[in-house]
Design a protein. Structure first.
Length: 103
């Protein structure tokens, strides 16, 4: 019985550990954004250089933000070869913090 529990619990624990914790440092999303994205989007998300969208007004759902970071759009480059999936999620999460509530 104990052996069966170990066989079940160890892989489950490893799966939860691997998916539940970031491998990066706190603030990686912000650092990646500031280095790669702020040239066009600005540090606060409002710059709009080269047609970049105002991220403070963005209403894109989470999945759409992730897809756009991964694949790029028009002049915006794809980051799927530069960022890990986890880094894409961290940048996406940081971008959502730039949003301003609608008045």
């Amino acid at each position: 019985m104990r052996r069966t529990m170990r066989i079940i619990l160890i892989p489950l624990f490893l799966l939860l550990f691997a998916t539940g914790f970031s491998t990066g440092q706190p603030g990686d999303g912000k650092n990646l954004y500031e280095y790669h994205c702020s040239r066009c989007h600005g540090t606060d998300g409002t710059r709009g250089m080269f047609g970049a969208k105002n991220l403070q007004k963005s209403l894109l759902p989470d999945a759409a933000i992730t897809i756009q970071i991964r694949n790029g759009k028009r002049i915006m480059p794809s980051f799927k070869k530069k960022f890990t999936p986890n880094q894409i999620n961290e940048v996406s999460a940081y971008i959502k913090t730039l949003r301003k509530p609608a008045i």
